[in-house]
Each structure stands twice: as C-alpha cells, then as structure tokens.
Design a binder for this molecule. Structure first.
Ligand code: UDP
Length: 254
C-alpha cells in the first residue's frame, strides 16, 4: 500500500484520501468477519474479487439511473469513489427467508416471502447493529423522512434490477444490505448508493441446487469460500478463464 492519509479502516475495507478533493480511494481487504466480529478470518483473493464485482454492479446500476458513489476502478484492490456523508443505517432487502429473519420469526430458510421486505439496522458495532424502525431513524435524526423515502425507492429499484441480473446467470438474490450517503454538490444534496455490493453483503443461491455462493460459506464453515466468490464473478462474465483481465458481459443461463 502506498503512503496516503488513511481516513477510515473498517472490517473489510480501508478508505484513503483521494487524488482530488471530494474523492476517496476504497481499498478492499481479504479480511472477513461475522457475528459482529466474533468470527474472523482471511478469504484469499476476496478483496480483488469484491472490487471487481462491486465495480460491475455499481456501473450497471448507474447505467439505469441509480446514483452511486462509484467513480472508477483504479487497480486490483482499489476503486475511486466520491466522498459522501454516510447515513448510519443499513438497509436490508429480503426476497426469501434466511439468516436473522429466519431465526427471529422461525421461518425456514428458503421460504419465499410474500413480498420484498425492507428492514433497517442502526450502524453501531458497540450496540451490535440493532434493528430500528422509521420512527427511531427520524426521531433520532439519523435520516430525514425525505432521505428515507429516497433510500427505500432506490433500494427497491436496486432489488428489481439485481434480482433480474442474477436470475439471468442462475442465481437467486435472497437478500442484501445497502448503505447510502449524502453527496453535496453546490448547496444541493443527493442521496447516493455507497459502500459495496458483493457476496460479502448479498445472499446468492444457485437457482437449481440452492448452493450458497456468498459469505454464509464463511459464516457457516461450509468451505470453498473463495471459489464461491470466484464463481459469482465468473458467471457475471468478469472472470474469464485466462484470469481477471477481460471484462465481458454476463453469460445467460438457460
Ligand atoms: N448483512 C451485511 N452486513 C451486516 C448484516 C447483514 O452485509 O452487518 C447482509 C447479509 O450478508 C445478508 C443480509 O444483509 O445478505 C441480511 O442479513 P441478516 O440480517 O440475515 O443477518 P446475518 O444472518 O447475516 O447475521
């Protein structure tokens, strides 16, 4: 890593000062954590794959008009992003029961939900990211009602678009987590998609076999974690046989 001012270090990424004001460099690490940091490990090559996968998905979303913080990928592990003021809410969209929803309500994993469900969690490691309601978010001033409306509308568009994109490559988008930020441009504020979209924060199951191709392989010690991330990248057409050089479109699965 070059010597640059480190702005923030999270569990899976480091943010450095960017080359121009208003930009940051997002560096993807191989570190993996689960269960609020109680389980720690390294998934070799994960950072490189997530950098590419997130670049790909953020670029496609931007093409359909979803504003994001992503500017461009810089190298194997780094991407240039716009500096935003992160809203301290994790927005989870669910299509199929899994993880904490299955546990909380006793719904077997894999049960399709009657409609997509959105949940909010307050970003706080000390408090273990508690689930919160709109009332908490607006009353405590974490986001204004209008911000929240924008976040929900964008999340539903992301869900529709990504569900279709993954279905086309034989993957079911079970659930995922998004983060948003405020981007200031000449006194105007816009809510944009921030952080990353990768198998670290999505549940992706093979349509035919229900095989898990995401971080649950790490959480549940299922093995072949790196291979799963690689398989997602391969199906997206961003990891051709010869290595992660050529960027092609996704291969449709019949
Ligand atoms: N998720 C995440 N970061 C978190 C919590 C959840 O990216 O801090 C993602 C997770 O990968 C899954 C979705 O959000 O795709 C829903 O996670 P859930 O609430 O079921 O929690 P988990 O079972 O992961 O603890």
């Amino acid at each position: 890593m070059t010597r640059r001012r480190r702005i923030y270090e999270g569990k899976a990424k480091v943010l450095f000062e960017g080359p121009e004001p208003g930009t940051l460099v997002q560096y993807f690490k191989d570190d993996a954590t689960a269960f609020n940091n109680q389980k720690k490990g390294i998934i070799t090559g994960k950072g490189v794959l997530n950098n590419r996968i997130s670049e790909y998905l953020m670029s496609r979303l931007s093409e359909i008009g979803v504003p994001t913080h992503f500017v461009r990928r810089l190298n194997m592990r780094e991407q240039l992003v716009r500096e935003v003021e992160i809203i301290p809410i994790e927005l989870v969209v669910r299509n199929v029961a899994a993880g904490s929803l299955s546990k909380r309500f006793g719904i077997p994993e894999g049960t399709p939900l009657p409609r997509s469900i959105i949940e909010y969690y307050y970003k706080s490691d000390e408090l273990n990211d508690p689930m919160v309601t709109e009332e908490h978010i607006t009353a405590f001033g974490w986001a204004a009602p209008q911000d929240l409306d924008d976040m929900v509308a964008l999340s539903l568009r992301v869900n529709d678009y990504l569900s279709g994109l993954f279905l086309g490559i034989g993957l079911r988008l079970v659930d995922f987590k998004l983060e948003f930020g405020r981007l200031w441009e000449n006194e105007e504020m816009r809510i944009v998609l921030a952080d990353e979209i990768s198998p670290d924060n999505c549940r992706l199951w093979d349509i035919k076999t229900n095989e898990k191709l995401d971080k649950d392989r790490f959480r549940q010690d299922l093995g072949k974690v790196e291979e799963a991330y690689q398989e997602v990248a391969r199906r997206l057409g961003i990891l051709p046989e010869g290595g992660p050089v050529d960027v092609k479109g996704p291969k449709t699965v019949q």
